[in-house]
Structures are given as C-alpha cells and as structure tokens.
Design a binder for this molecule. Structure first.
Ligand code: DAH
Length: 351
C-alpha cells in the first residue's frame, strides 16, 4: 500500500510539473505578427496540439489525481486562450510609442582608465621593450633612503619642512619627495647589472596651483652595469622621446645639478613654435623640459654597497603629470585629481 501511494504521488507530481513547464513556455510567448499567433494556436489548441494530448493523458490518470491535474489543465487552457486575444499590431505601436523615446535611459557608464594611468603604462611599455623591469618602494620613507643615501646634504633645501612632509613626532619619517628613494632600496638588495623603472606617488609641501600639486606621480629609471656611459643615457632617452612623442622628436640635454648624479642634466624635447600657445608654453624657445637625469654619483653607489670602481650607471626621473599634460595639452594639473567626468570621459577611447 505504502509503495503504491508513493508511486502515485510521484506520478501526480510529474504531470503537474509538465503542465507547469508548458505554462511557463506559454507565458513567455510574445507574438510579433499574425503568423506567430496562428502557429501558436495550432501548436497548443490544434487537433494534435499540446492541450489535446494532455487531455488524453488526463483520461488515464486515477480519480484521486484528477482534481489537481484537472485544475492545472484548465488554468493552462485559459492562459493559452488569453494569449490568443493578443493583438500584435496594437502591441507594436504600444511598445514604440513616440513619447517613450524621451524616457531617461538606464545609465550604462563603462568607465575608462585615468589619463595618468594611461601615460604611466605607455612609459613602462617603452622602457620594458629595452629590458627595464619594475621595482617599487614605500611612499612613507625614512630620511636615509630619501635624502642621505642619495648624497643630499643636511643643509639641502629639499630637507626643509617647507618642501617635504615630515612626520611631526618623528622627523626621520617623511612622505617620499621623489621616487629616487626606490633606487637606493633596490641597489641595497640587488647586485648589478640593474635595469629598473620605479613608478609611484610622491609628495611635496607645495601650494596647489595650475602647475604644482602637493602630490603627483613620478617614474624613476636606473641602469647600473660595467662601462655604462653618458652616451648610453643620451641614446636611451632619445629612444624614449621618439616612442613617446613621435619618431621625428629631438631632444637636448642642458647641464643641471642633482645631488645624486654627476654630471647631471635636464632633458628638453623640441615642441615647435607653430601656434601662439607653443610660444607661451615653451617661453618662446620651442623646447620643453621633460625630465632630470645624470650619471649616478659614486657616493650613491658606495652608500648602497656597489663598488663604484667596477660599476657605473645612469638614472633619470620624470613627472607623469608633466608628460601627460604635454601629450594631451592639459594646462591645469588640478584636473587630474578632481574626478570631473567631463574631463575623464575624454580618455575613454584609450581603454
Ligand atoms: N628626483 C628628481 C626630482 O624629483 C628627479 C631626478 C633627476 C631623478 C635626476 C633622477 C635623476 O634619477 O638622475 O626632481
């Protein structure tokens, strides 16, 4: 008795399940033409249609099942009939009522990469193609890595509170003022040959203006090996300028001073003097400064336990904002940090 009953329940359930399945199918039916409706009618109400078959099955089930199954079948039949009263033409005009076009569309903002991320990646790709790899360091630094090891004397102005953010309770700790500190960390841990790029955020105690910000981004480069010369530095930077600003780019190196390089230079790229704006941004010279560089000072190598008699090397550092401003002709550095979508959206094609 017990087993008969369970079989019966299962049977009942499976018929109901089948009806429910068909019901779902019917619910989803949305005719777009009269032909669709004719097809639907034959499929469900035709002589050999789905409903007639179900009613045939109905005859064979037990009396006690009939109540539930019958109810479900009648419900399905009414649903099928209600679908047949559907007028596809009326429905079409309803869906595309002209006033619907004025409805607010669902916001589908894909987002895009930040211009600084785009430029940083571009610089990384250029130097990666000639064997540089990434080395990163902390943004909260100590005095030794940021200044002392880099041959920066105690009285150097960069060590002044006006220029660098020091932690008040411990003046040995600061927010790094440049990514050159990563050179030191890398050289301490890795013997030459070294060929690294260090991108990252840096901090300066500057008044915020169109040209300066208290935080910005730099990329540092360092190459240490036997017999690395100033000519290698120059060719590497020319290669970079051509890839970044176009094959016809020209660069010039102006003597400069950085405590950690000797000799040191600043590099300008030729921008041209075609428009009035070119005169303004190049101060009438046609040249624009893009980075600082030089041969690593032997003192720096020795501070990092590298023998300065056997190894030489060059280093360079550039501001990512500066390169991005030149590349995209942006005249206010603050735009990078305001997250104004009208600004950011202009870079969506660089995804
Ligand atoms: N650290 C310098 C700055 O923040 C940039 C720089 C100049 C980095 C010369 C270097 C270099 O590695 O050789 O202004």
């Amino acid at each position: 008795m017990c087993s008969v009953q369970s079989k019966y329940t299962q049977n009942n359930n499976s018929v109901i399940k089948k009806i429910n399945q068909i019901e779902n199918e019917v619910k989803q039916f949305l005719p777009s033409s009269k032909d669709d409706l004719d097809y639907f009618k034959i499929k469900y109400l035709g002589k050999n249609g789905v409903l007639n078959k179900l009613f045939d099955d109905f005859k064979t089930i037990s009396v006690s099942e009939k109540k539930d199954v019958g109810k479900a079948l009648n419900k399905l039949k009414s649903l099928v009939k209600s679908k047949l009263s559907f007028n596809p033409e009326r429905q079409t005009t309803k869906t595309f009522k002209p006033e619907d076009l004025t409805k607010t569309v669902k916001n589908n903002n894909l987002g895009s990469r930040h211009p600084l991320a785009i430029v940083e990646q571009e610089i990384i790709e250029i130097f990666s193609s000639i064997g540089f790899s990434i080395s990163e360091g902390p943004e909260i630094e100590d005095d030794w890595h940021n200044f002392t090891a880099l041959n920066t004397p105690q009285e150097h102005p960069a060590r002044d509170m006006q220029d660098t953010f020091f932690i008040q309770s411990n003046p040995d700790i600061l927010l790094r003022s440049h990514t050159s500190s990563v050179q030191v960390r890398h050289m301490q841990k890795n013997p030459p040959p070294i060929r690294i790029l260090s991108p990252g955020r840096v901090y300066r105690n500057e008044a915020i203006s169109a040209r300066a910000h208290c935080l910005f981004h730099q990329i540092e480069g360092l190459y240490i090996d036997k017999n690395v010369s100033f000519a290698d530095l120059k060719q590497t930077l020319l290669f970079f300028a051509k890839k970044m600003f176009g094959e016809k780019s020209r660069i010039r190196l102006r003597p400069s001073f950085f405590p950690f390089t000797e000799p040191s230079a600043e590099v300008d790229v030729y921008w041209g003097l075609k428009t009035e704006a070119d005169y303004r941004i190049t101060k009438g010279t046609g040249w624009l400064e893009i980075l600082g560089c030089g041969m690593v000072d032997p003192n720096v190598l020795e501070n990092c336990n590298i023998n300065s008699k056997s190894f030489t090397g060059f280093a360079f550092g550039m501001g990512i904002e500066r390169i991005a401003m030149l590349k995209y002709k942006i005249d206010d550095i603050r735009l990078f940090y305001e997250n104004d979508l009208r600004f950011l959206k202009q870079f969506s094609s660089y995804l």
